[in-house]
Design a protein around this ligand. Structure first.
Ligand code: SF4
Length: 395
């Protein structure tokens, strides 16, 4: 069994390995294995697992790569994520990946899927359209057809048939994964000093690039470690981070928020790992149908989902209350349409509920955090000194 420090060191290395070494090694162990890369936010990884594959989460180049060629592909007024990904693609970092899934969250991701086709990357490039109608017989059918296309493309590569049994088994593994992550969040809600958010981030992010069986063991060991009291509580406020679901903030920014007086008790940074709320049925004759129904009825709220009947502002306020947080930090990538277009609505919901909030923007390779530190520090101090807690105020 690994110690918490060993887990953090190991997952940190995996999380930021732009050569995806663990996935390469996993694939090379058996000739019929395949790798399927997917971009933010959500892709039902159960499908790949059931087809003798490993899903590889591609979250961008972060601040670990100098962008030279990638900039030539994009105008200046869009987010940074696609530049880093094009740079990685052109430098051969994805050459061992067999196919790519581009989930439909914004025009940038859609265009990037076209770019991958032009560059001839992978044996398939699939733009995965999510339904905007949440009825089983309309949006459900549409989504099922989309997922069937993914399965067909994988089958063309390795001829691995996705059986009911294999898909049920994969669902069970990812149910366990989501449950363990949720349990860690629940402990951190009351005892956030036992595991810093930075360390939690490494642990969750590594799960995007290593087999789920291995990740489940790491999560169990983490959970075990934080059941007992570790560290000392500090005089910090609790916050929820909203808007960082796609391009990831640099780790220095996460550290800065924590050092400026905040415990981050919930967030949307690695939202794909927590997308489905609760378990998906894993003993059914129609596991694909179960995955579809879970998306339609139990997706987490996100600015990347068009769902008019499910107001996101209310969901955010509910999350703040559930986590007993003192406020919200709206942190979004510059030029991120889904996050920034939703922000006024979310801010209004917070205002109406008396939830304090601040906002800033970042790039994945932002290097200066002084201004953000001052802003977050002032936010934290003002809540500590003058704010009545939401619960005490009866909100
Ligand atoms: S950061 Fe925002 S705009 Fe950029 S690709 Fe992601 S969702 Fe789209």
């Amino acid at each position: 069994m690994k110690s918490l420090n060993e887990i953090v060191d190991y997952t940190k290395t995996q999380a930021f390995d732009l050569n995806y070494t663990a996935a390469r090694q996993w694939k090379s162990a058996e000739p019929a294995r395949i790798l399927v890369g997917y971009l933010p936010i959500y892709f039902p990884r159960e499908l790949t697992h059931a087809a003798n594959g490993l899903s590889v989460g591609i979250m961008g180049a972060g601040d670990g790569l100098q962008i030279i060629k990638g900039d030539a592909y994009y105008q200046s007024y869009i987010c940074h994520l696609p530049r880093g990904i094009v740079e990685l693609a052109l430098n051969g970092h994805f050459d061992h990946i067999d196919g790519f899934i581009f989930p439909s969250i914004c025009d940038v991701i859609r265009n990037l899927s076209g770019m991958f086709r032009i560059l001839g990357k992978g044996k398939f490039v699939k733009y995965l359209d999510f339904p905007q109608n949440f009825r089983s017989n309309i949006g459900g059918l549409f989504y099922r057809n989309e997922l069937q296309q993914v399965m067909d493309r994988i089958f063309e590569i390795n001829q691995a048939k996705i059986t009911t049994e294999r898909l049920n088994q994969a669902i069970g593994l990812y149910n366990k994964n989501r449950r363990l992550i949720e349990q860690i969040y629940d402990i951190r809600q009351d005892y956030p000093w036992r595991l810093t958010f930075e360390d939690l981030y490494f642990i969750i992010r590594a799960g995007l690039v290593i087999p789920v069986e291995e990740h489940n063991v790491l999560l169990e060991e983490t959970l075990d470690s934080i059941q007992t009291d570790l560290g000392e509580p500090m005089d910090k406020i609790k916050v929820v981070i909203s808007g960082a679901f796609c391009e990831q903030p640099p780790i220095g920014l996460i550290k800065t928020v924590e050092m400026a007086g905040c415990y981050i008790v919930d967030d949307d940074l690695m939202l794909g790992s927590r997308w489905i709320q609760g378990d998906i049925a894993d003993d059914t004759a129609d596991p694909l149908g179960a995955i579809v129904e879970a998306y339609l009825n139990r997706s987490v709220f996100s600015s990347a989902v068009y769902d008019v009947d499910n107001p996101k502002g209310e969901k955010l306020v509910q999350l703040v209350k559930k986590r007993k947080a003192d406020g919200v930090i709206f942190a979004a990538p510059s030029f991120c349409d889904p996050a920034l277009l939703d922000r006024p609505t979310l801010q209004k919901a917070c205002d109406d509920a008396g939830v304090r909030h601040i906002n800033f923007q970042y790039h994945e390779n932002t290097g200066q955090f002084k201004v953000i530190k001052e802003q977050v520090g002032t936010f934290s101090d003002s809540i500590k000194l003058w704010e009545e807690p939401l619960v005490a105020a009866g909100v």
